[in-house]
Ligand binder design. Structure first.
Ligand SMILES: NC(=O)c1ccc[n+]([C@@H]2O[C@H](COP(=O)([O-])OP(=O)(O)OC[C@H]3O[C@@H](n4cnc5c(N)ncnc54)[C@H](O)[C@@H]3O)[C@@H](O)[C@H]2O)c1
Ligand SMILES: [Zn+2]
Length: 360
């Protein structure tokens, strides 16, 4: 088990994190009313969360929402707010969000707006949630114009990331989180990159993956603590977008569903390696290592069915576009991210490779 400070609270992760919930409960919650907002996929395992709350004298009600992207809506906010009002959650009460990244995003946003903001805890139950979504205070909803277009920075007081939840995780969700773990290992370099390059497909090698996931989560904590509002243009939180510039565009062009987020990030990582070789002289063995890993994990290395023009359209809509062009997170080496503006012709080449399954 590990614990890191992330103002205004803490992130606790690893095996045993759940058992520590009772001692870690914010003092101000004792004796208060709270709402547990849970992902339907884990509703049968909520005792581990609700028992320590009851033992601390908190009175909690439970609202179960269907998990997944479809729940990141205003309708969910309304349901959460109504349930909290009906239960009498006051300004000093709290929410506990238990579920995948979609659930913690929507419940966190509800916490940001309920009575102009109540404190909350995130208990991520997917690999992606544990290494990424529940850490860092970004909360969001989706709408007809796209994902995450409405949201708030509203960091939880406590994040409890215990791999115990992952026992029931379907293979596709392992892969989705694994893409994010791979990203973090490339950003960390050193031992993390070496461990990643040797990692068998999940969920085999689970202990090694859990260890790497812990390193990935702690890396995000440190980066967010140093740059909580993504204001450092040349590093900081923006580096966490490694693999995401193209990844997001592929996801958007594919439409919701066919490509898991982590799968799109995996292909985005290959593109980032390719561009890094051209712009920063990254050693080609890194790209080869990432490709071998994706193949071992049975993850795609290209998406042939997509239209290049459509993907390019989404690329230029990226939130990270500046006046000079698109700023990519590239690597001089594993562990050495650099923000770089990439010439359009090179981007086209990277894109062509991402759509061509014939690239060895
Ligand atoms: N706020 C952030 O900084 C941030 C960062 C990255 C991603 N996100 C968001 O996170 C979301 C993706 O999160 P995700 O990958 O966790 O997907 P998800 O929340 O959509 O969950 C995937 C599926 O797994 C189910 N599930 C959850 N826990 C389970 C368990 N323990 N066992 C079995 N099934 C389980 C869910 O019900 C859902 O059907 C996206 O909406 C993305 O925008 C947010
Ligand atoms: Zn991501």
């Amino acid at each position: 088990m590990w614990s890191e400070a992330l103002p205004p609270g803490h992130v606790v992760g690893g095996r045993g994190a759940l058992e520590a919930f009772g001692q870690r409960l914010p003092r101000a919650w004792r004796g208060q009313r709270g709402l547990v907002v849970a992902d339907a996929a884990v509703a049968h395992r909520l005792g581990v969360v609700e028992r320590p709350l009851a033992a601390a004298g908190a009175q909690v009600a439970r609202l179960v929402l269907p998990g997944g992207e479809a729940s990141k809506t205003w309708a969910s906010i309304e349901a959460i707010v109504e349930a909290a009002l009906a239960h009498g959650v006051r300004r000093h009460g709290f929410f506990v969000a238990v579920g995948g990244g979609a659930l913690t995003d929507v419940a966190g946003f509800a916490a940001a707006v309920y009575l102009r903001g109540v404190s909350w805890a995130a208990v991520p139950t997917t690999l992606l949630g544990q290494v990424d979504a529940a850490i860092g205070g970004k909360t969001a909803l989706d709408g007809p114009h796209g994902k995450n277009l409405v949201g708030a920075f509203h960091p939880p007081l406590l994040v409890l990331a215990d791999p115990w939840w992952l026992d029931t995780l379907p293979a596709r969700e392992w892969r989705s989180g694994a893409g994010e773990v791979a990203k973090a290992a490339l950003l960390l370099g050193g031992e993390a990159w070496a461990a990643l390059a040797a990692l068998p497909a999940p969920p085999a090698g689970r202990a090694a993956l859990e260890q790497l996931a812990g390193a990935a989560a702690r890396h995000k904590v440190r980066v967010v603590a140093a740059d909580p509002y993504e204001r450092q243009p040349d590093g900081g939180r923006a580096t966490l977008n490694l693999g995401h510039t193209l990844g997001h565009a592929l996801e958007a062009a594919a439409g919701m569903g066919p490509l898991a987020h982590g799968e799109a990030v995996g292909i985005g990582l290959l593109a980032a390696c390719f561009l890094s070789e051209a712009v920063l002289g990254l050693d080609p063995s890194v790209q080869a290592g990432v490709r071998a890993l994706l193949q071992r994990w049975d993850m795609p290395t290209a998406v042939p069915a997509l239209d290049a023009r459509a993907v390019r359209g989404f690329l230029t809509k990226d939130k990270k576009t500046t006046a000079e062009g698109l700023r990519w997170v590239l690597l001089a080496a594993p562990g050495e991210p650099r923000m770089s503006v990439v010439p359009p012709a090179l981007v086209d080449e990277a894109l062509a490779r991402a759509l061509d399954p014939g690239v060895p």
